[in-house]
Design a protein around this ligand. Sequence first.
Ligand SMILES: NC(=O)C1=CN([C@@H]2O[C@H](COP(=O)(O)OP(=O)(O)OC[C@H]3O[C@@H](n4cnc5c(N)ncnc54)[C@H](OP(=O)(O)O)[C@@H]3O)[C@@H](O)[C@H]2O)C=CC1
Ligand SMILES: CC(C)(CO)C(=O)C(=O)O
Length: 346
Amino acid sequence: MGSIQKSRVLIVGTGGVGTMAAYALETGGKADVTAICRSNYDAVTKNGFSIDSLEHGNGITGFKPSHILNAVPKVAEEKLEPFEYVVVTTKNIPDVRPSVLDIISPAITAGVTTVVMLQNGLNIEKPIMKAFPDNVVLSGISFIGATETSLGVIRHDDNDSVKLGPFPDQAVSPERAEKAAKRFIDLYTACGKVEWAYDEDVKFTRWRKLVYNSSYNSVAAVLGMDTARMRMSQIVIDDLVRPAMKEIITIAKAVGVELPEGIDDKLIRTDPTDTAFVPSMGQDAAKGNYIEMENIVGEPVREAENAGVSAPTLRTIYGFLRGIQLKTKEKKGLWQPKFEDGNPYA
Ligand SMILES: NC(=O)C1=CN([C@@H]2O[C@H](COP(=O)(O)OP(=O)(O)OC[C@H]3O[C@@H](n4cnc5c(N)ncnc54)[C@H](OP(=O)(O)O)[C@@H]3O)[C@@H](O)[C@H]2O)C=CC1
Ligand SMILES: CC(C)(CO)C(=O)C(=O)O
C-alpha cells in the first residue's frame, strides 16, 4: 500500500491555541505541519514543546512539529509547494501593524490555500476575504483553555472543542467551502482525542462567543480581576458584565442573530469558581501585551452605531480599553505623547 499524501498545513502563531493545533494535527498523522515560532523559536528548536494537556495527557516533552520556522515562508517567491491550509493562531490586533493579512499573505496561494482563523472576535475575516476572494476562509470558534506559561511550555486545561465552518458571504461556492471545512475537521480529529463540529451558522456562533468575550474579557483587562472574583463581588456582574452581555444580545438581534433566552445567565456562571480564571484579554493586559479590543469590543460598538442601537456600557468599556492600548503603544514606542494637528484639547 502506498503512503498517504499528507496535507501541508502552516500554523502561524505557536502560543496556546496554535501549539495544541500543531500537536493534534501531527499526532493524527494526516497533516505535515510547518509551525511559525517567534519568541519561543530558540527554546522550541532546542527542546521542543512541553505540554500538559487535559485531552492528550500530561508530561509530554520534546514535541516538535515536522517543520519549525521563525518567519512566514514566501511560497511564490521561494517556489514552495502550496499550503492546503494556513491556520491563524496569533492574537488578532488590527490596530497594530503588521496586521494578520500582512503576516499571512506571503504563505497564501491564490485560489488554493484555505485560511482557518481560530481567533476570537467579529469581522476578522473581512480583510482576508477582500485580498483573497478566490480562497476559502474558515471560522473556528474555540473553547480550549490553552496558555503558554513560559517559552515553549503549554498548559491545556479545557476541552479543545471547536466549531468550524465557512464565514458568510464568500465569493467561493458554498460546496467548496463546506468541503474544505469538513476535510480540516477530519485532519484535526484524526488524533482521536478531540471533538470538533461543523458549524452551519458561523454568524450565530461568533455573536454567541462575543457575549462572553466582550464582557468578561474586557472587564478582566480593565479591572485586572478574575471571573470568580467578579461573581463573588456581585457588583462587577450587575454593573458591568451583565449590562455588556445584554447589549451584545441586543446588537446581535439588530443584525439578525437571535441568541437564546437566558444566554447571559448561563455564560455568567460558566467558569469554575474554585480557580482564579482570567480570560485572555485580562492576561494580555496584565503582561503589558497588546489586547484584542478592536474585534472583541470595537466591532460590536460599530455594529451598534450602524444599526442605531444604544450600547452605553460597551461604548464606555471600549473607551477604557482604547486608553489601555494607547498606554501599551507608548511603552512600546508606537505612540508619542504630543498634540497632533486638529486636537481640540491642545
Ligand atoms: N488561549 C485560549 O484558550 C483561547 C484563545 N482564543 C483565541 O485564539 C487566538 C490565539 O490565542 P492564544 O493562543 O491564547 O494566543 P497566544 O498569545 O498564546 O499566542 C499567540 C502566538 O502568536 C505569535 N505571534 C504573534 N504575532 C506573530 C507574528 N507576526 N509572527 C509570528 N508569530 C506571531 C506569538 O508570538 P510571541 O510570543 O512572540 O508574541 C504567540 O506565540 C486569539 O485570537 C484568542 O482570542 C480563543 C479561545 C480560547
Ligand atoms: C474564555 C476563553 C478561554 C474561551 O474558552 C476565551 O475565549 C478567552 O479567554 O479569550
